[in-house]
Design a protein around this ligand. Structure first.
Ligand SMILES: [Zn+2]
Length: 120
């Protein structure tokens, strides 16, 4: 089931709270891809995420927030460790293709599988 804008914001808030992060501003905009800005503590989520399923949407939000758990660590091991732990709180397991999800499982079910050459 797709999520709403309010769901996305609630997922972000719950994750920020659970992992005791300082507040992060969330914007949902018509952009090609998401980003996290350390200086302003803001994340931008693309509006098209709302058309995807729950597991994918949660992953997308958690991915951007995880950048604040592993500040300036890029998509390296520290970032991936943080992302994995944060996803686990939502019942999601990730298999990576470089920096991003190759497969996402939610409660043990395969919910997303990346198509070759497509990054979203
Ligand atoms: Zn990233």
């Amino acid at each position: 089931m797709p999520v709403t804008k309010e769901d996305l914001l609630a997922i972000a808030d719950a994750t920020i709270e659970q992992f005791r992060l300082a507040p992060i501003g969330i914007q949902i905009k018509d952009v090609a891809c998401g980003r996290a800005r350390y200086k302003t503590r803001k994340i931008t989520l693309p509006i098209w995420v709302l058309e995807r399923n729950e597991a994918y949407s949660i992953w997308y939000v958690v991915h951007e927030i995880a950048h604040f758990k592993a500040i300036r660590k890029g998509h390296g091991p520290a970032f991936k460790r943080a992302e994995r732990i944060m996803l686990k709180a939502w019942g999601i397991e990730i298999e990576y293709a470089r920096a991003y999800a190759k497969k996402l499982y939610m409660n043990g079910e395969l919910e997303y599988e990346r198509k070759p050459g497509i990054w979203y």
